[in-house]
Every structure is written in structure tokens, then in C-alpha cells.
Design a protein around this ligand. Sequence first.
Ligand code: XMP
Length: 506
Amino acid sequence: NVVVLDFGAQYTQLIARRVRECKVYCEILPCETPLAEIQKRKPIGIIFSGGPSSCYEPGAPEVDMAIYELGIPILGICYGMQLMSRQLGGKVRAGTQREYGKTALDVTDGSDLFKGLNRELICWMSHGDTVEAPPPGFKITAVTASTPVAAMADTARKFFAVQFHPEVVHTPWGTEIIRNFLYEFCAAKGEWTMASFVREATEAIRQQVGDKKVVCGLSGGVDSVVAAALVHRAIGDQLTCIFVNTGMMRKDEGTQVRENFARAFNINLVYADEKSRFLDKLKGVIEPEQKRKIIGNEFVAVFDEVAQTIEGAEFLAQGTLYPDVIESGSGKAHTIKTHHNVGGLPEYMKLKLVEPLRYLFKDEVRKVGEELGVPTEMVWRQPFPGPGLGIRVLGEVTREKIDILREADAIVVEEIKKAGLYRRVWQSFAVLPDTKSVGVMGDKRTYEYPIVLRAVSSEDAMTADWARLPYELLEKISSRIVGEVEGVNRVVYDITSKPPGTIEWE
Ligand code: XMP
């Protein structure tokens, strides 16, 4: 285990990902975590992240000085370096000029962190303050044109620090630098693999659950499916999955969950077909947030009803991921849309949570899914909003409109897959606006719905760009939708990035 102490940087999650890419498990802890808590995790190394503060300002976050006495190797990054420097007796000054972006780095001592790397590297800088003189015992190991101490090391005590950000992709050899820290100085063994994760996680689930029963809501999305597969691997028949058909699902979703997954894995599944119930509740509702709320509440109500029929269920398995855990922990919230956790259940249900994926990132979840033999098309599903097609039918949701959209959406997915682009684009789907336009088909005037085609590339859904799909593909999708989906006479392509647009239309 490696502990990353978070001083509030935007890149902290990336540090954790890089460490795990080196096959070393690691956890992010807030910088104010008491030393005893840190020690409990028996870390083989500690990494101080960057952060927005200035280390000499009153109230700037610090670490307990005793951390330097533990004999555990430490790597400080950006703020982490400045803090280490200040606490150990070096000199930090406020930057007169900020250094930002790709910067040429001169390695002056290639024996430690930079072992095996070139003397001239590119690194990513983003800082105001600078270490002017390293603390006693430290040597300078790299410089840049405007930063006299771009990296420093006290090899005897195994303290290392870099002013730049090895965790971002713009530092091309960053992972190697982190790997050197882990393997040369922390004695990392590189045993964190998906197979080892599955072994440990199943053991932990058995410990937590004992002989009690567990319920799990399946949405068709990768997270809940992998969580279910993992819990099933651990406790078999003690698990019952619940699939609520809200009527807002994509075309093949129900079948995939029932046949390709539950039947293939021999998992107990309760299939609650509640299409009409959701549609009734949505009658006359236009406002997107209200639609979200209704669908979310109704989902919880149905789930609750079903769960009550499962005798002795004491636990609820959920596919919560690490980014959710970190985000809710730090209390950051963005309410452009009340996203996510539509499957999140209220406290009155009194089920204890089993969250076997709570320390994983999305790409790791996919690897676990593959390790467990979850069907490929489920492991690689594009993200899909909890309220489903309910927020892709703009305005009032009716059965007719949902049916039109579902057919059009299936064609989009099929063609994007055929073109080999399904994994390359972040999301690709159809939207049904609440308007009609005139067209002509077979010499006859038509007055029907248009379909909006939306396809975006993105890393994390926070920002996105419209995908430059080939014209031939656009043409194919357009002619197929207009030709095959009754009620549609026009297809348009959304060429808005996020921001200013959002990925979904509602
Ligand atoms: P936007 O539209 O805000 O979407 O750019 C960002 C990501 O979130 C998904 N999304 C949702 N997911 N419940 C969800 O679980 C929702 O209500 C919801 N709305 C948007 C969207 O598909 C994209 O991946």
C-alpha cells in the first residue's frame, strides 16, 4: 500500500492512477489524516500531492513532523515539495513569475528518481512558489530555466521531491519517475493486479456479509454489473439481483441483463417490469429536473418493494466507484444537473452497504469485469444516464416517443459499433426533440419528428468535444433512421462542445 496525502490538487486522482498502473495499490487520504491512521495502512511509501496553498501562509496545510521519522520513503510533488522543503529547513519563496505548462527539464543527478532516463526531459509545471534552497541533507537533482530546484533528493533518508507534475500525461516520462520511486526506494513488489484484487475483494465480501443475504440493483451499466459479478463470486446464491425495467432503457438492455448476464452466471434475478408505472408518473411533466426526480424516486420505490419480498436481505451491493467516494468526501458539488446516484437509496431502507468497487477507477472496473468473465459488450458499454431515455425524449415523455427514440438509438449504436468507433467515442446516442418538421417521402408531404445525433469524445464527461464522425457514417445513420424508424423524417448532428453545451440535452 502506498498512501497519497491530498493537499487539494486537481491532479491527486491521477497520482493514484499512475501508482496503480505500476501495479502498486494506493489510497488517497486527506492531508489532515492523523499519523496513526496513516500508519495503520502500513504504507511502503508516502506521496504528498500538489495543492493550491502557499506553504508559508498562515493556516496552510501541513503534515505532522513525526512523519519524517517513520523511516518511510516520501515523494513530494509541487506543493508537497515546497512543504517538505519548508518543514525540513529549506527555503521557499513566492514565485515572481509563474511557471506553467510544458517545460524543459535538465536532470543534474540521474542516480535516483531519474535513473535510466535521459538528462533532458519535458515536464509539466504549474506553480507560483519555488524552492530556493533545499533543506540540509538534500541535493538538487534537476533544474529548469526559471526553477533552481526543480527536483531534489535526500537519498539516505529516501526523501524525494519534484516541482513538476509527473502524474500528468504532459510529463512524458512521469510514470517512470513514479515507478523509480516505488521500485527503487519503496521496495514495491508490483503484486497489485486485477486477479489479486478479485481474490482480496471476494474474501472481504465474505467477511462482511457472513451468511446473510444481499440485494443488488442492476442497471445494465458496467459498475453495477461488475459489482454483482464480484459479490456473486464471493457468496453465490446469497445474492439476489433486481432489475427494474423503467421503460426508459435502451433496446437490448433487458435481454442483456437477463440472458447474457444473470443466466450465464446463474445469478438469482428479480425482473420488475414497471414500464407503465413510470410513464404514468411522467404524464404532463416537461421540466428535466422534475423528470429526473420522478424517475429516481419511482426507481427507489419499486426497488424497495421488491427488496422487501426478499426475505432476510440485510445488505445492499452498489457499484460505487473511487471518484464518487473522493468527491463526496471533499464535499464538492456541481448542480448543473442533479446527476448520478439515481440508484442511491434512502436511509430508511436500513440496508447495510457492500461497495466492493469503492477503491477502483472506471478503467480498473472494466478490467475486473473482464477478469470475472462479464460479457464484453457489457464491460465496454458507454455511460448511460440513470433516468435513461426519459431525459433524451425532450419535454413530455410518452410511450410513442420513447419507442421512436429507442429504435433510432439502436441504429446509432449498431452503426457506430460497425464502424469500429464505439470504444473510441465517449458516448454516441440519439435524442428526440419535442418538435416536428416537414419533409417529403414518396411524393407525399410528411410532418414528423427529427432525431438529433449526438456523439462526443471525452476523458471524464466534465468536458467534451463533438466527435468528428466520417461523413459516410453520418449518411448511413441518417438514411437508416429515416428509412427504418416510423415517425422520423430528418436527422441532424449536434456539433456543440461541452462547455458551453452539455453532453445530454436535458
Ligand atoms: P452532461 O449532460 O451533464 O452529462 O454533460 C455528463 C455525464 O453524466 C451523464 N448524465 C447522467 N448520469 N444521471 C446519471 O446517472 C443523470 O441524471 C445524468 N444526466 C447526465 C451523461 O450521460 C454524461 O455521461
